[in-house]
Ligand binder design. Structure first.
Ligand code: NAD
Length: 482
């Protein structure tokens, strides 16, 4: 099944930080793929702006190399045509250098998107100068990357800084998890089918597990990670967003504010997390490399590279259904999956010996995106009524055909949504603040108690205490499988 491509209007996309890692590895490859797919045309323009004094020609060479590496681009006609749309302006976010030249390159009467692909300390200066140099039109959007703040106070400050220059409906806060095909599918599965929604509550769901496991460590991000840790880097944003989409009430419409209102209600209904419902871990040295403390060069580091917790949502739908969330680095496999674990049937007509069987719906975000429903059937053959659990497996690649083998990168969807002016998959300011308001006391508690993360083996499923967190409740984590 070939997906339909609906072209976007002509635009000028300005990438501040265009020479940086994110721009070269994600944003420009995403734009290139969308260009090849025919979603935008020769009438649009990409202007990168950064501090280095490259010529436009040098920059295009750099982009060609990145596209070669990250988007398998060859010296094709498409690549040549794409590069003709790319320009470069040396510019300093903190001074007057380059801003007038940037202004001269912009086209009138079209969508303008300013992508702030720079450190958050520059967001304020960029927003101020975009306004001061009259570069913002009616049809202007700004895009900001994570991390959006370090805690509630800094997130509020950042929101206030951006709000001084732009309306909320012009601000696109990226959480790239929301651009993943399966994450969007989560909403399609929940709200496009009659089958699941009646069962989607504490009466039928025993508990929900959300796992985001990574095999990579923190190479290249040591300084940032040591200040952030898994709680700030992953839990406060990506896992929180998944939790919202799984737990929210059906919005009346699939429109930005309706969806984000419902997500916000979920965050606000979260109970504070009890200290004994959280496990922190730090990876130890292993065959894959040195331990966390050695990586960051701090033998006494108490930053967690793993966190697991049990959360409760105090509302009618979810009262009594725990949500177990875990994320970590250097784990056994790279796997992001949501498991909705249903309750046992109230009474087994097959007797004790048939064992306990419960349905489970697994939504795999990566790798091998797809959905599996575990159902109970009769074990084939003679010899009585024995039951087994089998998966009803829907791999999207299989169901939708080979051309959907590689789902589009999240940035492809998100950047095009910015141009279209659709904020549904972007975080609103109040959502981000609410997520920090829930996260801050957890981190403050660790500091106050002098909590030290538990070491865990690289290549394992995390610290043993995380297993205990479940065992104490008579439950267990689903395996982390590649
Ligand atoms: P980077 O250090 O590789 O690039 C930073 C860019 O900012 C460079 O182009 C640099 O020239 C430019 N820059 C720095 N100071 C400037 C100034 N005064 N004026 C103009 N330009 C200036 O950083 P990155 O990894 O590309 O990350 C960019 C942003 O995206 C950060 O906020 C980061 O947290 C976020 N982010 C990055 C990734 C990733 O995978 N790299 C993932 C998620 C979020």
């Amino acid at each position: 099944m070939v997906s339909r491509v609906i072209p976007v209007d002509p635009f000028d996309l300005i990438i501040f930080g265009g020479t940086g890692d994110l721009a070269q590895r994600k944003i420009l490859p995403a734009l290139y793929r969308r260009f090849c797919a025919g979603q935008w045309h020769e009438d649009a323009k990409i202007i990168a702006a950064a501090r280095s004094g490259h010529s436009a020609e040098d920059f295009r060479r750099m982009v060609a190399e990145s596209l070669h590496r990250h988007a398998s681009a060859r010296d094709s006609q498409a690549l040549i045509r794409f590069l003709q749309r790319v320009d470069y302006v040396p510019l300093d976010a903190m001074s007057t250098a380059g801003w007038e030249l940037l202004g001269e390159k912009l086209s009138p009467n079209r969508v303008r998107a300013f992508y702030f692909s720079v450190g958050p300390s520059l967001f304020g200066s960029l927003a101020k100068r975009v306004r001061a140099y009259n570069l913002a039109t009616e049809d202007t959007r700004i895009v900001v990357e994570k991390p959006f703040g370090h805690d509630l106070d800094s997130a509020r400050e950042l929101n206030a800084t951006l709000a001084a220059h732009f309306d909320e409906n012009q601000i696109y806060r990226i959480d790239h998890y929301l651009g993943k095909e399966t994450v969007q599918n989560l909403m399609a599965v929940r709200f496009g089918n009659m089958l699941f929604e009646p069962l989607w509550n504490s009466q039928y769901v025993d508990h929900i597990q959300i796992t985001v496991a990574e095999t990579v460590g923190i190479a290249g991000r040591e300084e940032y990670y040591e200040r952030a840790g898994a709680m700030r880097d992953m839990m406060q944003n990506h896992l929180m967003q998944l939790l919202c989409l799984i737990a929210m009430e059906p919005p009346a419409k699939f429109d930005p504010d309706a969806v984000r209102d419902e997500k916000l209600k979920v965050i606000r209904a979260l109970d504070p997390v009890e200290p004994h419902h959280i496990v922190r871990g730090q990876f130890a040295a292993g065959p894959d490399g040195p331990g966390y403390r050695e990586c960051v060069g701090n033998p006494r580091s108490t930053t967690e590279s793993y966190v697991a917790l049990k959360a409760h949502i105090s509302n009618w739908r979810w009262a009594g259904t725990p949500f177990y969330l875990r994320t970590g680095k250097r784990l056994v496999a790279r796997s992001s999956v949501i498991n909705v674990m249903f309750k046992d049937a109230p009474h087994s007509i097959f007797g004790e010996e048939a064992g306990r069987h419960a349905n489970a719906l697994s939504i795999r975000l990566q790798p091998n995106e797809g959905i599996t429903l575990k159902v109970t059937i009769k074990e084939p053959g003679q010899g009585g009524m024995r039951l087994i659990d089998v998966p009803l497996d829907m791999s999207f690649a299989e169901a939708l055909g080979p051309e959907n083998q590689d789902p589009p990168d999240a940035y492809e969807r998100l950047v095009m949504d910015v141009i279209r002016g659709n904020q549904t998959l972007f975080m609103r300011g109040d959502e981000v603040e609410a997520a920090w308001a829930w996260t801050d006391p957890i981190i403050a508690g660790w500091l106050a108690r002098g909590d030290v993360p538990k070491p865990y083996d690289s290549g394992s499923t995390g610290p043993g205490d995380a297993e205990l967190l479940m065992k104490r409740d008579g439950r267990h984590w689903q395996g982390i499988k590649p």
